[in-house]
Design a protein around this ligand. Structure first.
Ligand code: GDP
Ligand code: GDP
Length: 478
């Protein structure tokens, strides 16, 4: 499970500065669920190859009538659901009553990894300024300067390393390394000047990659996500009712989603149930039932995400936020428009035109119109799930990707930049699920976005990838 890191502290200590720094590497996408999260922000982060979810819990002022009452219910939940709590204090301002109040609350949560982080240690004698924070009774004090990034990498490495066993070190680790221009996957073969028209060269590279890359196992993990009341539980029950359930009631904590293995036409699946089908019948409030963290973790852990949308509600900003997370995580996607029963043609047309308008940037995902309640269209979802998974994990080779690159550049050359033509030399696979294509060349930083989109579309068409995002990374040189 992707670990969850909560940033806690009174206002102005630097939580959002740290949040931005942690999520920056991957275009922070912030989920804003009005009415549910108040001013909390959720982001995906990838530091030192570790993937995690980070939550800025918003300002907590522990001085007012006790911390417990003052913290919003959802902020408390964020702390409860987090694996790691980074408790930020301001090294310049020193210890305050609010800090003591928050510490009191956190000390009662012994089962959490809680780290006191003294921020704003730039330009001061950090050791002497930080000494008083030992009074908080939460152990060692980590020193950082979030605005400069100083100490941040080390801090995250220290806190996340113990979770490493549970972590999937995703292909993204290679990706972020490439983005940071680190030499991760540079095998000796790639050092020499590569000639993509030379079959021996491409064969050599493919051989090197063959050993490194394994396509994911055959059990397809499906996350059914969506806003409260869109019909996730109904859909999950419908799917499980129609098919043989191998194991149903698995133990899980309140935080964890339930993983339900199932089989359909000889294919193994695991449904990641964020809606809590076990709770059916019990009276649960929407706000309690729906957990943003659960949803985000399910997305991270899934192969294919079914984004479920209520046809009667239309496409909301929250749906787009979820979509942002799914894309950012690089997950395969099937869009499910539920409650399609009993709608007249006018409403149906309205929904479809809204889809075209608001989701026009998702041109790769299949859209299904279903009724989870009546079961219509539910079976067909599995065709798209299988297709998306197959596309996300299909084998790519250096020779194949390089040939496609060659065709793309032949059809439409990259532009000239200050008298020199941008040169794209060759491409190789960088990972699967989502497919990652690494293109090497010269002046890569000058490549216009329009050309990048052209390449992305060209690869998508050539490789016939449906239902999965594609990532193209551009690497300078050989
Ligand atoms: P939040 O209310 O806890 O989210 O705090 P912010 O992230 O908004 O930061 C509050 C102020 O502290 C801003 O003016 C930041 O620029 C400043 N700040 C944040 N981190 C640092 C730091 O490492 N050093 C210094 N000198 N200022 C910082
Ligand atoms: P969840 O919060 O996303 O798990 O949503 P539920 O599965 O609990 O469904 C919320 C409400 O929508 C319930 O009253 C369901 O009966 C209803 N519902 C779910 N699917 C459908 C559908 O396909 N058509 C109609 N008309 N109602 C549905």
């Amino acid at each position: 499970m992707t670990p969850v890191v909560a940033l806690v502290g009174r206002p102005n200590v630097g939580k959002s500065t740290l949040f931005n720094r942690l999520t920056r590497t991957r275009d922070a996408l912030v989920a804003d669920f009005p009415g549910l999260t108040r001013d909390r922000k959720y982001g995906q982060a990838n530091i030192a190859g570790y993937e995690f979810i980070v939550i800025d819990t918003g300002g907590i002022d522990g001085t007012e009538e006790g911390v417990e009452e003052k913290m919003a219910e959802q902020s408390l939940l964020a702390i409860e659901e987090a694996d790691i709590v980074l408790f930020l204090v301001d090294a310049r301002a020193g210890l305050t009553a609010a800090d003591i109040g928050i510490a009191h609350y956190l000390r009662q949560r012994q089962n959490k990894t809680t780290i006191v982080v003294a921020n704003k240690t730039d330009g001061i004698d950090a050791d002497s300024h930080c000494a008083e924070f030992y009074q908080l009774g939460l152990g060692e004090i980590a020193q950082i300067a979030a605005s400069q990034g100083r100490g941040v990498h080390q801090l995250m490495e220290n806190v996340l390393a113990p979770f490493a066993e549970n972590l999937k070190q995703h292909e993204e680790s290679a990706e972020s390394a490439v983005e940071n221009n680190e030499n991760v996957d540079e095998s000796d073969e790639w050092e020499h000047d590569f000639d993509f028209s030379n079959e021996n060269d491409t064969a050599l590279l493919d051989e090197a990659l063959e050993n490194e890359q394994t396509v994911e196992d055959k059990n397809i993990k499906i996350a059914i996500v969506g806003r409260p009341n869109v019909g996730k539980s109904t859909l999950t029950n419908r799917i499980l009712g129609e098919d043989r359930v191998v194991v149903y009631d698995l133990p899980g904590t309140t935080r964890d989603s339930i993983y339900i293995p199932m089989e359909r036409d000889g294919q193994h699946y695991t449904i990641i149930d964020t809606a809590g089908v076990r709770k059916r019948g019990k009276v649960t409030l929407t706000v309690e039932k729906f957990s943003v963290i659960k949803t985000l973790q399910a997305i991270q852990d899934a192969n294919v995400v079914l984004l479920t949308i209520d046809a009667r509600e239309g496409i909301s900003d929250q749906d787009l936020s979820l979509l942002g997370f799914i894309l950012n995580a690089g997950r395969s996607l099937v869009i499910v428009i539920n409650k399609w029963d009993g709608l007249n043609h006018e409403v149906k047309d309205q929904v479809k035109s809204e889809l075209d308008r608001r989701l026009d940037f998702i041109d790769f995902a299949r859209v299904h119109f279903i009724s989870a309640l009546h079961g219509s269209g539910v079976g067909n979802l599995f065709d798209s799930i299988q297709e998306a998974y197959a596309c996300a994990t299909q084998k790519m080779t250096t020779s194949m990707l390089t040939r496609i690159l060659q065709m793309a550049t032949d059809e439409h050359q990259p532009p000239m930049v200050s008298g020199r033509r941008i040169k794209l030399k060759y491409a190789h696979p960088g990972g699967y699920n989502p497919p990652i294509i690494v293109i090497h060349g010269n002046q890569m930083d000058k490549l216009p976005d329009s050309y990048k989109r052209y390449l992305s579309n060209y690869y998508r068409r050539s490789l016939r990838i449906v239902g999965s995002p594609i990532r193209i990374l551009f690497q300078e040189g050989n």
